[in-house]
Design a protein around this ligand. Structure first.
Ligand SMILES: [Fe+2]
Length: 244
């Protein structure tokens, strides 16, 4: 089993709907490390409509930085070969590019890749429009958990269009292991079969039903779609993203 890199993860305590205290964050890091995840980029939610003004954004980001450093200290002591980065999972909004350029929200680590989420019912037009605005700015958009969006479930060709535009596509490991039938399973199967998926991440929110596990999905994908493709979407592509 190779080492994994997780670029979508809510293990930072007390900031969003992920880990709700330090103890849970530590347990999540323990689970991840024991699963072979040696590099994590934490991606707390950034939802512009949750903030009343810029000072509340500053306070939110200060809390994230402080709690992130607490986890860096924990990992340094317990898992010296673990590397942690900071980013955001950014809900699409009209000022998204401004939010990035003014550091209100973060790219993944030191890269110019940004993890963007949409609402399940966001239209094809809105998704394409957001992605092209981000690309025009010279940033690299990664669309979070593509399996969730109705627009893609209804029109799978849209994934090809977005890839051709320059977007990167992410799916959640739990969706691979959990859904065997239905719209989500069909979309995942289509995207994997056509090698459209760029990265698989945990989107972990806790230490129980949404824990940071990649090995189970890796086993399924490497046996169905080959070890080379699995290595790319569980490690190689993530490595390139963090080091670009
Ligand atoms: Fe997420």
């Amino acid at each position: 089993m190779p080492c994994f890199i997780d670029l979508h993860n809510h293990s930072i305590f007390g900031v969003d709907d992920g880990a709700y205290n330090l103890d849970m964050s530590k347990k999540m890091l323990d689970i991840a490390y024991n699963d072979g995840i040696k590099t994590i980029c934490f991606t707390p939610h950034f939802k512009a409509h949750h903030f009343s003004d810029d000072s509340t954004i500053v306070a939110y980001n200060d809390r994230i930085s402080k709690n992130y450093l607490t986890l860096v200290d924990y990992a340094k002591t317990k898992y010296p070969d673990m590397t942690l980065f900071l980013g955001n999972e950014v809900m699409f909004h009209s000022d998204l590019c401004d939010s990035l350029s003014t550091n209100k929200c973060k790219f993944l680590g030191r890269s110019k890749y940004v993890l963007i989420e949409f609402k399940p019912e966001t239209s094809e037009f809105e998704i394409k429009n957001t992605i092209s605005r981000v690309l025009r700015k010279g940033y690299n958009p990664i669309i979070a958990h593509i399996e969730r969006y109705v627009a893609f479930q209804k029109n799978k060709q849209l994934l090809v269009d977005l890839k051709n535009m320059g977007a990167f596509l992410q799916i959640n490991s739990l969706s691979v292991t959990k859904f065997k039938f239905g719209r989500v399973a069909r979309l995942i199967k289509y995207a994997l079969k056509k090698s459209l998926v760029d990265i698989i991440c945990t989107d972990a929110h806790n230490d129980s039903d949404l824990s940071p596990i990649l090995s189970k999905a890796y086993k399924i994908i490497s046996s169905k779609y080959g070890v080379d493709y699995a290595s790319n979407i569980f490690y190689n592509n993530q490595f390139k993203i963090l080091n670009t």
